[in-house]
Design a protein around this ligand. Structure first.
Ligand code: N01
Length: 545
């Protein structure tokens, strides 16, 4: 083991570290800072050419966060949250990247980040009890801890459509957008997908393009973001009382303050329900989640919300056929709720066409566009530019790209082939000293990611301190604790309505992926309580040796 505080060294051609961290997004950056504060040597390996993770890759037009920036930001440093100025209620991607670069500079992180480097393998050596990793540059690293900060939505999914390489024009994916500006002026654009990314990009592309054709398989629920410039008085007020906002956030189911109404719809009169729906619509964004305590478990309540949003869509979209096509049939929030700025209104433009690919599926991509249906039913749609807004291989996709092997050479990908198995979303049995920040089985995507990340980073930091203080070399999740946690994650998900559609939460967007509900939907506060209980009992459910 490298002594805490030592500098990275190379022996046997391997760089020796206390911890190897994969990914320079919110999670990896804070983990690096935390471990350095604890006197450990750590280094981030990042495939991109800069920090930012999600906000580095997702540069598509209109990309912005949909949790208020005053909350979607680090809280570990009072100075940082006091000095940073957000300009809008929901920061655009470029501003989020500025913030992340500021964090890198402020905490002098860059010297321990290696960009343009993908971690290709991480193998646990049972003799030395260390992780032996290799990178795309052919380097070898030996580290006591291996920490995956690879993000939940970072492996872009491009569907395997026949003829996909034959299109002769430019092809973009929202999750891997080029760094240079893309100009759609005078172009006919085709976009496949109508999830959160498309819902943000479509209104902007439509303003530029000569014509935009949207190919929709499943319509999504979206509520207005009501983005706006931040009022300086509001910011001053929050900054004077930041601790209380952060505390309210942590007490909330989602890890951010939605000013939630604790009542179920069944406890409210029809007038109160109507008022709450209108209030939430006016508040905008993901505050909509806070309207009714029972919307995820009570179909009647869920129907009330779904009907309300469908009515709004019918009011916004002039063509009734288009409005009907844009109206989701699924349970409200079964797929992740979207927040938009003028999305539905965009379909009132003359230069925008909505095409239903659920009824007549895409047959193939052609040189000039795409073909739907077959034989006499075939339709050709031509465009100059093709955009895939087709999402991600969520939660496990980026981990599966790395050859991770634990005790006995077991591969994590194989272990997880029937769905991810973790204890608390942090560790997987048979993989000692391997941590997954916001891994499957943790609240992650159901929460303010930054808050969940901070909780995991601090928890991992505490585990390492505990191990060092008690002279433990390894920590490993126990099989029975993992089985119980996986069962609990499934039970909680099964008690909700969220298993009822083909969402990426279930891996159902990726052909062949096992249909297993991956995130923990029990809420942020109960999850934190469970983690704290485990720690208080000397890391119950883990073996320390
Ligand atoms: O991806 P998605 P996304 N043929 O998976 C369609 C976060 N995010 O990048 O629903 C045709 O939601 C697919 O259709 P269907 C947020 O958590 C946050 O938009 O599978 N269509 C769907 O319409 C979000 O949930 C922010 O039938 C195909 C679309 O592509 C997550 O990222 C902004 C297809 C994919 O939608 C992912 O969002 C953006 C095929 N073969 C994203 N395959 C904010 O913070 C897929 N589709 C605001």
């Amino acid at each position: 083991m490298t002594a805490p505080g030592s500098t990275p060294s190379s022996s046997n051609n391997a760089t020796q570290l206390d911890a190897v961290i994969v990914g320079a997004g919110f999670a990896g950056l804070y983990m690096l800072h935390k471990l350095r504060e604890q006197g450990l040597t750590a280094k981030i390996f990042e495939a991109g050419s800069g920090p930012g993770g999600t906000w580095f890759w997702n540069r598509y037009p209109g990309a912005r966060v949909d949790i208020e920036s005053m909350q979607y930001s680090y809280q570990f440093s009072e100075e940082l949250q006091q000095e940073w100025q957000w300009s809008e209620r929901y920061a655009p991607q470029a501003e989020l990247l500025d913030y992340i670069n500021h964090v890198v500079e402020r905490f002098d992180l860059a010297k321990d980040i290696q960009f343009n480097t993908r971690l290709e393998s991480a193998i646990f050596d049972e003799g030395s009890k260390r992780w032996q990793a290799t990178t795309s540059n052919g380097e070898h690293i030996s580290a006591r801890y291996c920490i995956m900060a690879t993000g939940c939505l970072s492996a872009a999914n491009t569907p395997n459509i026949a003829g996909i390489d034959s299109f002769t024009g430019p092809v973009y994916h929202t999750g891997e957008w080029p760094h240079e500006a893309v100009d759609f002026s005078g172009k006919r654009v085709g976009i496949i997908g109508t999830g959160s990314s498309a819902i943000q990009a479509i209104p902007i592309i439509a303003e530029q393009a000569e014509h935009l054709t949207v190919f929709q398989r499943t319509p999504n629920f979206s509520v207005p973001a009501h983005n706006k410039a931040l009022d300086p008085d509001y910011v001053t007020d929050i900054k004077q009382n930041y601790a209380s906002l952060r505390e309210r956030g942590k007490q909330g189911f989602t890890g951010f303050d939605t000013q939630s109404n604790e009542k179920a719809a069944t406890e409210m009169s029809p007038e109160e329900i109507k008022a709450e729906l209108n209030k939430r619509w006016e508040m905008g964004g993901l505050n909509f989640y806070g309207g009714f305590a029972d919307f995820m478990i009570n179909k009647e309540t869920n129907d009330l919300i779904a009907d309300f949003v469908r009515e709004k869509i019918a009011q916004k979209v002039k063509n009734p056929k288009t409005a009907a096509l844009l109206s989701p049939k699924t349970v409200f929030a079964c797929k992740r709720l979207c927040a938009d700025t003028g999305y539905f209104e965009t379909y009132n433009r003359d230069n925008v066409t909505l095409v239903d690919i659920a009824t007549t599926p895409i047959d193939s991509i052609t040189e000039t566009g795409l073909r739907m249906g077959q034989g006499d039913q075939a339709q050709q749609h031509d465009f100059d530019v093709l955009v895939f807004a087709t999402g991600f291989d969520a939660m496990t996709g980026s981990l599966n790209k790395i050859d991770i092997r634990g005790i006995g050479g077991q591969s994590l990908k194989e272990k997880w082939s029937a769905g991810p198995r973790t204890y608390l979303g942090l560790c997987s049995a048979g993989f000692p000293n391997l941590f997954t920040i916001s891994g499957p089985g943790s609240p992650s995507v159901f929460t303010n990611m930054v808050t969940s990340i901070e909780q995991h980073v601090e928890y991992i930091g505490d585990i390492i301190t505990y191990m060092d203080n008690n002279h433990f070399t390894t920590i490993s999740a126990n099989n029975d604790a993992e089985d119980q946690w996986v069962n609990h994650v499934n039970e909680v998900a099964n008690a909700t309505l969220l298993n009822s559609c083909s969402s990426w939460y279930l891996g159902a967007n990726i052909p062949g992926k096992e249909r297993v509900f991956m995130p923990y939907i029990g809420g942020f506060p109960p999850y934190v309580e469970k983690c704290n209980e485990v720690a208080a009992k000397g890391y119950e459910g883990f073996t320390l040796s």
